[in-house]
Design a protein around this ligand. Structure first.
Ligand SMILES: [Zn+2]
Length: 251
């Protein structure tokens, strides 16, 4: 992270010096370092800021189901019932503000044996990747506080939309939080029927896959919960167990 920031600063200084003598080279130096930084923020495989785990080392035919953006008063109870029906475990990446609004739901998720993790306090979908370090700290710590208030100490974090803010490279290790990505997702906002969501997420199905699905009002009503139910049914039919991997299994 510090290397990336130093390179970015160096590129900008070089660009300023080159501006009069070689304007094209100055533009290339200015934009080149920005492209490099953007790559490490956007590309899920890039490791320059912080490692975002996308798979885990399975012990057999196992996948990790992760559900983002809850808790939600309509969806969470129904998702819990579906998980229980299929004897599946999942990790819920929760938004701190939603936890504060529905603390009993967050407690119920943890009490049912699922993992509850940090998905920032206010889910700044379009801007989290570029907010300053004090705001990154506030987003992490306020969500952690909301989770602690319901008796949960989060070990995992997922940034909104999976976009890494550069300050996460310092902020996450300091707080003992692992950054978790995914290897397959339903893209529920694009696929507006449950069958398409299931097809999309199961395209990336393999032992050790991390599956990403969502709950809450950002998902189309026809898709909400139903897509998760169908994914659980397919996983069970294909002989997959939904597990929560330990830290040393993360790849
Ligand atoms: Zn989210």
């Amino acid at each position: 992270m510090w290397l990336l920031l130093s390179l970015n600063l160096l590129g900008k200084i070089v660009a300023v010096f080159l501006f009069r003598s070689a304007p094209l080279a100055a533009v290339a130096a200015w934009l080149g370092v920005d492209v490099l930084l953007a790559y490490h923020q956007l590309a899920r495989r890039a490791r320059g800021i912080v490692v975002m785990h996308q798979r885990f080392r399975p012990a057999g035919r196992q996948v990790w189901l992760t559900i983002d953006d809850g808790p939600d008063p309509e969806d969470t109870p129904r998702i819990l019932a579906a998980l229980a029906e299929h004897r599946a475990r999942a990790t819920f990446f929760m938004i701190g503000a939603n936890v504060a609004a529905h603390p009993d739901l967050a407690r119920a998720v943890a009490a049912a044996g699922h993992e509850v993790a940090n998905h920032t306090q206010s889910h700044l979908l379009g801007t989290f990747w570029c907010v300053p370090p004090w705001r990154v700290s506030r987003e992490l710590d306020a969500c952690t506080a909301a989770l602690l208030a319901v008796g949960v100490r989060a070990r995992r974090f997922r940034p909104p939309a999976g976009l890494r803010n550069i300050w996460l490279g310092h902020a996450l290790p300091k707080r003992g939080l692992d950054c978790i990505g995914w290897s397959a997702r339903g893209l529920e906002r694009r696929n507006r029927d449950p069958a398409s969501v299931v097809d999309h997420v199961l395209r990336g199905l393999a032992p050790g896959a991390i599956l990403l699905l969502h709950e809450g009002p950002r998902v189309d009503p026809s898709v909400r919960v139903e897509a998760i139910r169908r994914v659980l049914a397919r996983l069970e039919a294909d002989g997959y167990a939904c597990v929560i991997p330990e830290r040393d299994q993360l790849l």
